[in-house]
Each structure stands twice: as C-alpha cells, then as structure tokens.
Design a protein around this ligand. Structure first.
Ligand SMILES: Cc1ncc(COP(=O)(O)O)c(C=O)c1O
Length: 405
C-alpha cells in the first residue's frame, strides 16, 4: 500500500530532473490530496503545553510559526534543494532578501567581499548602501577574469558573490575556476542562478558553495509572486535560516505554493525560452540597426564555449545594442523601439511567459552611478529582452516593426 502522506518519490534524488521538479518535496495531508495543499496559517496548534515547549526548544520536529516553519514553504524548499542537488534550502520573501539574509548570516563587521560590477543593480546598492554601512567593504573585479578574483583576496575576504550569465550583458563567469580560488582561501562562493535556474546550470556541481535565486523570475515563470531562496550545504544554510527565522524576511505560504507549482514546468519552460531566444538572437545579429547582440548561445558571444560547457542552453535573456552616433541618439533609438512594440511588455521584471523588453540604463541599472554603469558596459543603446513563450514569429514581427520605427 502506498503511503499517502509521504509519497516515496518526494525525497528520491536518483530520479530525473523533470520528475524531481514535479514530484520532489510533496507532503500530503491525511486527506490524500493529489495537488499539494496551501497552508495559509500564521501558527500551528500543539497537543499540549509540553509539546509546545518541545517544539519551541527544537526537541521535537514539527511546525511552530510560519515565520520559520510552514509546510508549503518547506515543500518548495525541498523541491528546489533537490533540483540544485543541495543538502538544504531556505526560502525568503524575495531575491533581494535572499542576498541580504546570506550576507547577514555569513558575514560580520571587518569581513571583506569580492564581487563584480556585472551584477543586478539592486545587488550593487545592497552592497554599497547596506553592507558597507555595517563595516563590510566590497571590491569589484571583472566577472570573466578568475585571476582578478584571486588578486582581490585579502586576509579578511569571506565571500565571493557573482551571477552568471550576468544581468543584462550575459557575461559568463567560469564557476569552476573562481571556485578553485575560493576553495584555496577558504572563501564561500555564492552564485546567483536566476537567469539559468537549475534546469540549465547547476553551480554547486561546478564548485559553488551556495546557489541563490530570485524565485520571482523563472522559478515562478509566470510573473505572479515575489520570492527568493538560497541552497547549499546544511552548515552554510543554518546561519542564513537563523537570520530568516529571527529577522523575518520569510516567504509567504501562498507564494511558496505558487513557486512549488511553478517548478513543475521549469524544465519545459527553460528549454522553450532558450530555443526562442536563440532564434531571435540569431535574427537580431543580422539586423542593420543592431550594433551587437549578446546571447551566450550565439557563436559570436565572447564566452560561448565556456557557456556551453557549464550551461545546457543559452537561457531566455538576449541583450543587444542599437547603432547610434552618440549616447543621446542611442537612448532615443532604444526608447523608440520600446515605445513601438505591441506584443512585448514594458515592465520591470524578467522570467515570465510574456516577453519583456527593458532599457537597463534607465531602469534596472538606473540607480547606479553613470561611471559604474559605463564600467559595467551598460550603455544607452542597450536593450534587454527576456524572451517569453509566445509564438516566435509574432515576437520577430513585433521586434521588426519596432526596429523600423
Ligand atoms: C539576477 C537577479 N538577482 C536578484 C534579483 C532580485 O530579486 P527580487 O526582485 O526577487 O528581489 C533580480 C531581480 O530582478 C535579478 O535579476
């Protein structure tokens, strides 16, 4: 007889990726529901005073209070841990709170972080405006040069932080090479795997210590909820969990349920996003108004070979620069394109079934200084497309009309 409450497939790590994405982490109630229930409750009742005391003191496993224990959140954490081949995962209210909780959990005043300018804008803000205020300086080195990471190490360096492919330029970090540097110096390497997801890239297998997500993006995949997560070895996750438990940037059970269900289609979605993105990138490369296209799946991408070694496909993000004689003209052309498209959405997100078009220099990266933007290579003519799952021909026609505008 099968055990309704604990389907055996929920914890098997030997199953294929798609099977784990669909079956992993499931916990059934006594009702035997097929699709997972949503546990919308702030707290849990105890049988008696002794059980309450035991649960609070961690002498008995079980749920207590949804800031740090909730079955819906736990199901999402377990499923994602399985997909990233991690011992443990902790979920958070957003990608930014995953980054903050990781820093608060693993760093103290006097520690030093090495990162890169090729980073999501708000992550740079978090490092510069928050971490620095608490006595943790961050130095920035080129994402693509492992030697530069080695040179930036000081006796105080505790954390390496990177995303690959980077947002929005799709630069690729050599995770194995940078992790070798980290290992040599006892530094924890954190990789934001937001663009690829475990469906296309598994940073822990390449030597990273922690993998981090804005679950808001492809893990949900449909633009519905905010969420975040960090996964890795239990001993690294425990202090991050303690920050989430005490400080409260916790994932809501409803969002956890949405994300848990989102993972069921992750494999299919990421492959479809990548196929359309490659086709659009190849087409854009031939377009007379386009100066250059940045997409890891293109042979012309500066790190195409590395990308194809560590990713199983190029992902959904295609960035390209419009021609123009000066930054003002380039910005004007980018704005004209964005104003002219009819199907693509103009919105500040990525990782949706709907294709999204963005001008990074004035939006996602608008709050960083012009010098930092220039250093990061985010120019005025740059446009980022997060390719969705609409019909490819419709997307191509939309861009074609937009580029003609
Ligand atoms: C690469 C990357 N990391 C982190 C974040 C932050 O995630 P969230 O918006 O869920 O806080 C984003 C958001 O766009 C992102 O693109």
């Amino acid at each position: 007889m099968t055990n309704k409450k604990n389907p055996p497939s929920a914890s098997r790590r030997d199953l294929g990726f798609a099977t784990r994405a669909i079956r992993g982490g499931t916990q059934r109630s006594d009702f035997g529901e097929h699709s997972e229930a949503v546990y919308l409750t702030s707290s849990f009742v105890f049988d008696d005073a002794q059980q309450a005391a035991d649960r609070f003191q961690n002498r008995e496993p079980g749920m207590v209070y949804s800031r740090f224990s909730n079955p819906s959140v736990q199901m999402f954490e377990e499923r994602l841990a399985s997909l990233e081949n991690a011992e443990r995962c902790v979920a958070t209210s957003s990608g930014m709170s995953a980054i903050l909780s990781t820093c608060l959990g693993l760093l103290k005043a006097g520690d030093h972080v090495v990162s890169t300018p090729s980073l999501f804008g708000a992550t740079v803000q978090l490092f510069e405006n928050t971490l620095r205020k608490f006595g943790v300086p961050v130095d920035y080195v080129p994402l693509t040069d492992p030697q530069a990471w080695a040179k930036a190490v000081t006796p105080a360096t505790k954390l390496f932080y990177l995303e690959t492919p980077s947002n929005p330029l799709t630069e690729i970090a050599d995770i194995a090479a940078i992790s070798a540097v980290a290992r040599k110096h006892g530094i924890t390497l954190v990789v934001d795997n937001c663009f690829c997801t475990p469906a296309l890239q598994q940073p822990l297998a390449l030597g990273a210590d922690l993998v981090l997500h804005s679950a808001t993006k492809y893990l949900d995949g449909q633009g519905r909820v905010l969420g975040g997560a960090v996964a890795g070895r239990s001993e690294l996750i425990e202090p991050i969990f303690q920050v989430v438990r005490t400080c409260g940037p916790s994932l809501s059970p409803f969002n956890a349920w949405v994300l848990h269900k989102g993972l069921e289609t992750l494999d299919l979605r990421m492959r479809a996003h990548s196929t359309s993105a490659l086709a659009l990138a190849s087409w854009l490369e031939q377009h007379p108004r386009v100066a250059r296209v940045l997409y890891p799946g293109l042979a012309s991408h500066p790190q195409h070979a590395l990308a194809m070694r560590q990713q199983s496909a190029g992902g959904a993000i295609v960035s390209f620069e419009l021609k123009g004689t000066n930054p003002t003209e380039q910005r004007q052309r980018a704005f004209s394109l964005i104003n002219a498209v009819q199907i693509m959405s103009v919105t500040g997100n990525l990782g949706d079934t709907r294709t999204i078009i963005t001008h990074p220099a004035s939006t996602t990266h608008g709050r960083i200084s012009p010098q930092a933007r220039e250093q990061a290579g985010i120019r005025e003519g740059l446009v980022r497309i997060a390719v969705g799952l609409e019909d490819l021909e419709d997307l191509r026609a939309d861009l074609d009309a937009g580029l003609a505008a």
